[in-house]
Ligand binder design. Structure first.
Ligand code: NAI
Ligand code: MG
Length: 485
């Protein structure tokens, strides 16, 4: 697989820096691997510190003009990019599936969501404005919302195209420039979108893409003193490291660090709806989702029937290459398969055999069975630690008070879901559970328009919706003494 546009790079996928597609200065390459076949599908330029410095310098140079570009013009360019992303949906979705493993229909929807982010923030570009503040009559006071400047987006491998749009679109719309570091497991679509941005006329240096490894390219970005803001999505330890590094330069950081989110099913729920929510919550994207519903809290009155029907559904999911649009694709990498396999062992030690699944599938690629452990107690490791795979922990509960207590009894606080037909109960749950998003009667409810981010160890800062504009702007207050002299 090679780049479609003419390129003089050695790598099939180069770095996008200052309007050009280039090799890394060292010439270093890495392989993009298809997790469904374990085959190398392309070579990618591996950005090193000096390449990231170049990208940040290019962005810094591009910033004054981009900031001064009329907001409606920025919006027009982002709408053009959205249009091009949609035009390229077939190719981008295919690349995403080959690189990440996910079912092609899911990859298509991620590409559409990415286009939606650019379109949504394109429409906001010319609606970002400050306030005027009434002081005494001797003063005129107003605020200006200014972009941060050079922003870095460190992107994970689970939803590469989706999170590209989520973190880059609001940055550019509000007048920032970007350097994007995609995950080493899934760099391909980011490079392609970086090239599409150039095609539609987004000026050189405004959007740079530097694929490479976390410890090298990622760290070079978060430690660069010329970066004004970092948006990071990934694991807690890496998020802590990014925050530590960024602190040397007082760089603003926003962290989205995953979760161990509770999905709570009451006896008065519509059972089919709750089963759909439980299945989607943990098996979509093979459970590799920050907002997965990985702890299923089921009321004891319905527990046996619910778990038995859930296990039937889970065991009937088709697992295979995403390109054939199976229900579930492989895990993203060999290393991640090892992590999830270790948790299958932990689960067996903690509660015994799972009610369904529990094994790695004996074939090429990194496939694991959809797995459900029942009778889990909330203090076990499989109830407290993010597995990030198709592994569900079912925890029975007796009443509403206990459900809320269990829901909150975890270090994370990204999302939480409740299935019930009782309106008051649903909103008491929303009031009392400490998480950034509450889903009522639908797992993953919400869209590009709704603010998203964590409480507790799930991080801070908000993406999506209008809230992302707050994350990417800083307020300047202007106060004038207008007394006649
Ligand atoms: P990670 O947090 O190490 O990687 C995420 C991104 O950070 C990648 O682009 C990576 O290259 C970059 N990175 C790594 N080290 C860095 C450093 N020192 N400085 C700057 N950037 C760096 O996650 P990893 O190792 O791929 O996955 C481990 C676990 O993290 C998963 O099993 C899952 O539990 C969690 N995770 C959570 C995600 C979420 O959506 N919140 C996404 C991906 C992983
Ligand atoms: Mg890959």
């Amino acid at each position: 697989m090679t780049q479609e546009t003419l390129s003089t790079t050695t790598a099939d996928y180069g770095l996008v820096i200052d309007g050009e597609v280039v090799d890394s200065q060292s010439g270093e390459l890495f392989d993009a691997v298809d997790p469904a076949t374990e085959e190398v599908i392309a070579t990618v330029a591996a950005a090193q510190t000096e390449d990231v410095v170049d990208a940040v310098d290019a962005a810094r140079d591009a910033f004054p003009d981009w900031k001064a570009t009329p907001p409606q013009e920025r919006g027009r360019l982002l709408n053009e990019l959205a249009r091009r992303i949609r035009e390229q949906e077939d190719e981008l979705a295919r690349l995403e599936t080959l690189d990440n493993g996910k079912p092609i229909s899911h990859a298509r929807s991620d590409v559409e969501v990415c286009a939606r982010y650019f379109e949504y923030y394109a429409g906001i570009a010319d609606k970002i404005h400050g306030d005027s503040i009434p002081l005494t009559s001797e003063y005129a006071d107003y605020t200006i919302r200014e972009p941060l400047g050079v922003t870095g987006q460190i992107i994970p491998w689970n939803l590469p195209t989706n999170i590209f749009g989520r973190s880059v679109a609001p940055a550019l719309a509000s007048g920032n420039v970007s350097v994007v570091k995609p995950a080493e497991q899934t760099p391909l679509t980011a490079v392609e979108i970086g090239k599409l941005a150039l095609e539609v006329g987004i000026p050189a240096g405004v959007l740079n893409v530097v694929p490479g490894f976390g410890a090298e390219a990622g760290a070079a970005l978060s430690s660069n003193p010329d970066v004004d803001g970092i948006s990071f999505t990934g694991s807690v330890p890496t998020g802590q490291e990014v925050m530590r590094t960024a602190s040397d330069n007082i760089t603003e950081v926003h962290l989205e660090l995953g979760g161990k989110s509770p999905n709570v099913v009451f006896p008065d729920a519509d059972m089919e709806t709750a089963l759909d929510g439980a299945i989607t919550g943990i098996f979509a994207n093979a459970g590799q989702v920050c907002s997965a519903g990985s702890r299923l809290l089921v009321h004891e009155d319905i527990h046996d029937e619910f778990v038995s029907r859930l296990a039937d559904r889970a065991s009937s999911l088709s697992v295979g290459p995403g390109i054939d649009d199976n229900d579930m694709g492989p895990l993203v990498s060999e290393g991640h398969l090892e992590k999830v396999t270790r948790y299958l062992e932990v689960g067996r030690n903690e509660v015994g055999e799972p009610v369904t699944g529990g094994d790695v599938i004996d074939r090429d690629g990194y496939f694991v069975e959809p797995t459900i452990f029942d009778g889990v107690s909330n203090d076990m490791r499989i109830a407290q630690e993010e597995i990030f795979g198709p592994v569900l922990s079912v925890i029975p509960f007796a009443d509403e008070e206990e459900a809320i207590e269990l829901a909150n009894d975890v270090n994370y606080g990204l999302v939480a879901g409740v299935f019930t037909e009782n309106l008051g109960r649903a909103h008491r749950f929303a009031r009392d559970v400490r998480a950034g998003q509450i889903f009522i009667n639908e797992w993953f409810a919400g869209g590009v328009e709704t603010p998203f981010g964590g409480f507790k160890d799930s991080g801070f800062g908000r993406e999506k919706g209008l809230a992302a504009i707050d994350s990417y702007t800083q307020t300047k207050n202007v106060c004038a003494n207008i007394e006649q002299r």
